[in-house]
Ligand binder design. Sequence first.
Ligand code: PLP
Length: 447
Amino acid sequence: MSLAVSKQSNLFYQSGSRRPLLDKASGIYLWDISGKRYLDGSSGAMVSNIGHSNPNVLAAMQRQMQRATFGYRLHVENEPAEQLASAIAQRMPPKLDRVFFVSGGSEAVESSIKLARQYAIASGQAQRFKIISRFPSYHGSTLGALALTGMSLMSAPFAPMLCDMPKIAAPTTYLDTDNLSEQQRGLRYARLLREEILRQGPETVLAFIMEPVGGASTGALVAPDSYYQEIRRICDEFGVLLIADEVMSGLGRTGRWLAMEHWQVCADIVALSKGFGAGYMPLGAMVARRDLVEAVLGNGGFVHGHTYAGNPLACAAGLAVLEEIERLNLLQAAQQQGARLRAELDGLLHRYPFVGHVRGKGLLLAFELVAERATMEPLPAALNAHTRLVDIAFEKGLIIYSRRTRGGRLGDHFMVCPPLIISDPQIDELMEMLHASLDQFSHEIGM
Ligand code: PLP
């Protein structure tokens, strides 16, 4: 049987590139139809947090499938949605206790924008409509989320956007060469938000959106500790809502339910997805402060919704995923195995001169390749390192996820984010394949 999708395939994706056909998946591994096994070193796109084919999640889905797979929310409520909303609210900071289900990350971000906007109108601040975001960043591929996304690769083909939103620099402090301490740099980057709010006119600014720990756009960028509280303070100073896009960082990947908890900062609205459905069902949520939701509901209601949102099967899967995260102690695992994998990745700095930086939190980790570590000069774009290294690793049976951010100062970066269930020997196996891949890449580029 042929490994590649047939040339006559009616499917199309971004680049037309072809990958082997998936046969089955279990734990941290995938198999293609030739029987070749791959270690899922990026959990897909940082999705399969509890691993593949978890029997308890499959059984919960099976039970729900035999009861009902769908009931439209304007006609009937469903138990799994009710239970999941309360389970999520119990795991969020107390102020965030209103849950609105969607089917993915972009939808969660769109919902957050629309709730914020309707709240401004309901509270007599209709002139507030601007949402400040960061560059680089990724918030989704629908047009609203894309307007907030700072990634020209994704947005340039559509320019001018339906609306352009202001952006401030993401806190890429590791690229800075000034004499400031890390904490001073954190404050300096946070204060870019204050300057931008003043430049835009505070009365027009609705919200600021950020990924607390970056995703693929920045390669797991973490700001200095000082950044987070200062961002919260600035938002409060000007009555600007803080939206945390925790689509990737939320629900355990960094070792906490929300990454923002690492800095004791509570956002006003949080977008969740990826590890929520964890690869079992498309599922996302917007979780918001109760008073925001009540103001909107008291002013005619939230004018938003998607047909499949909160369907019983997706919610039953989500509920079982949460139970597995707790039963298997995966918040702790993300911290412990994250520290172990991080130490291994730090070791790459000693072994390869072209590994420039390692960063991340919990099991949301990445490394960046450079031409020269001292200057953090990116590798020449023509090398296509971000695709080449991924292809070499794939050949060897290791899946990692990469990006090269165009238009920013970042070079080629690679996400190493295996499922949170990864064991010690499996980390060794991952690193063995990563070393072999980097050795081959090193040979190819002569560095
Ligand atoms: N926000 C962040 C931080 C993401 O990483 C992503 C996806 O990578 C999205 C939003 C969009 O999610 P989706 O692809 O499920 O629409």
